[in-house]
Design a protein around this ligand. Structure first.
Ligand code: MV4
Length: 447
């Protein structure tokens, strides 16, 4: 087992990784920018290294600084968290070249799934159901038109190097295809330096359902159920829950088994999330994330398993602590992502937290690095806390979440707590009948 792990991240996920390390008796090294010198993860870590000025490109994305920090502190492994370098295959490879363990999948699998065309071709070849579309990139308008005729309008044009909603264009008819194709290709080239685009049948009212997987280096692949992540605004998730209100146990078992068979054939290792669109009873693969996700606590609350601990153990060569038969899904969990933003305009609202009182009680978890007196910096993602609740049923989880949201005090800065309180009061959310477009209608995309 590792003696010392460097946490190449900040905020709540750095704290989360620190906690898993400490419970395994592993020492932790925090890295921080000059803007995060007073951050909680720095205070709690056994050691800390300042890796640069506030801008992410000069600090949390500064590979030489992070690798140097690992070398001078004698760390055995690096956990990247999510965001920043967590899905950077070159970084993962360099970590390994420097004799350290990257706590995550292999660089090859990170690279494979980072190319959405290769990811989809791989998923299809492994027997995972995919959205009907072009088999590979579409190179010019003529072949785009042929592909669209075969698929049927409306179609969606996506960037191979995109993901997370970046570089997507809808073409509702032949007349819109030429411009949609050229725009998508131009934007992909500008944003990613890779103009390759592919095409899919556009699904108009899907849910976003993802399957959590853990795999060790001994051939064991286990799924930990699904998370329904349909409540998003501009591709930013706000609320996630498990189990999905739309699925039954038979569907859960079937899609879970399909994903496990596929990743076993692939020889996948560590944590991974396979993303689907779910519409009219059918699953359609869209992407795979080769990182721990923000919303992993939802799965932890349902299964009682510590996903970060399993990531660390698996990276150190140990077998998974459990088999598929051991995994039990109990109750219902819902997560609210709290951001330092205006709850109406979503304008970022960094600043000093003058008062901080997190909720507590049975089935209530708060993952946050906030404290009274802390100043939320303007340089990074605006998420400042995750409130996750668990109940024996969805109704109990809803009631508990409303109570916890009413208890939660974050003074001195604007946050999205009031918006979450409104969402929790809406009949559509309570009924669980929402799709991926519901939240943007609820908040009004115009803002
Ligand atoms: C789609 C789609 C409809 N049809 N693909 C958005 C981000 C990336 N995960 C893929 N996304 C979508 N792909 C087809 N064929 C709709 C979306 C989409 C979306 C997906 C999940 C959650 C929120 C979303 C918001 C807008 C669009």
């Amino acid at each position: 087992m590792f003696e010392k792990v460097l946490i190449a991240n900040r905020g709540e996920i750095a704290l989360r990784i620190h906690r898993a390390c400490r419970e395994l008796g592993i020492e932790t090294v925090a890295v921080h920018s000059t803007a995060d010198a007073d951050a909680m993860h720095v205070r709690l870590a056994n050691e800390s290294v300042c890796i640069g000025p506030p801008a992410a490109r000069d600090s949390y994305l500064n590979v030489p600084a992070i690798l140097s920090a690992a070398q001078i502190t004698g760390a055995d492994a690096i956990h990247p968290g999510y965001g920043f370098l967590s899905e950077n295959a070159d970084f993962a490879a360099m970590v390994e070249e420097h004799g350290l363990v990257f706590i995550g999948p292999s660089p090859d699998h990170i690279r494979m799934m980072g190319d959405k065309v290769i990811a989809k071709q791989t998923a299809r070849s492994l027997g995972i159901p995919c959205v009907p579309g072009s088999d590979g990139p579409v190179g010019d308008v003529e072949s785009a038109m042929k592909a669209a005729e075969a698929i049927g309008f409306p179609v969606l044009i996506k960037a191979a190097a995109g993901g997370g909603g970046r570089g997507m264009k809808v073409a509702a008819s032949r007349g819109e295809l030429d411009e949609a194709f050229r725009t998508a290709r131009g934007e992909a080239e500008a944003a990613f330096g890779d103009g390759r685009v592919y095409m899919e049948k556009y699904l108009s009212h899907p849910r976003h359902i993802e399957i959590q997987v853990l795999a060790d280096s001994h051939g064991h692949v286990v799924h930990l159920g699904e998370r329904d992540c349909s409540l998003q605004r501009k591709h930013q998730k706000l609320v996630e829950e498990s189990p999905s209100p739309a699925l039954n146990d038979a569907q859960r078992r079937e899609i879970g088994a399909t994903v496990c068979r596929a990743l076993e054939k692939l020889g996948y290792r560590n944590a991974g999330t396979v993303e689907f669109l779910y519409e009219d009873g059918e699953f359609y693969f869209i992407e795979m994330n080769t990182r721990l996700q923000v919303e992993h606590p939802v799965t932890e609350m349902i299964t009682g398993l510590d996903l970060v601990r399993e990531q660390i153990r698996v990276a150190a060569g140990a077998p998974l602590s459990f088999t598929q038969e051991n995994v039990k899904f109990l109750g219902h969990a819902i997560e609210c992502r709290v951001t330092a933003e205006n709850p109406d305009t979503f304008r970022p609202a960094p600043g000093r937290v003058t008062e901080y009182h997190p909720p507590g009680g049975l089935g209530v978890r708060v993952d946050s690095a906030l404290y009274a007196g802390y100043t939320v910096p303007p340089y990074y993602d605006s998420m400042v806390a995750k409130l996750i609740v668990h109940g024996t049923s969805r109704n109990e989880a809803l009631m508990r979440l409303r109570r916890a949201l009413d208890e939660y005090v974050i003074g001195g800065i604007e946050t999205t707590l009031p918006l979450h309180r409104r969402i929790l009061g809406s009949p559509d959310f309570v009924d669980g009948t929402y799709d991926i477009h519901w939240l943007e209608r609820f908040v009004g995309l115009k803002r």
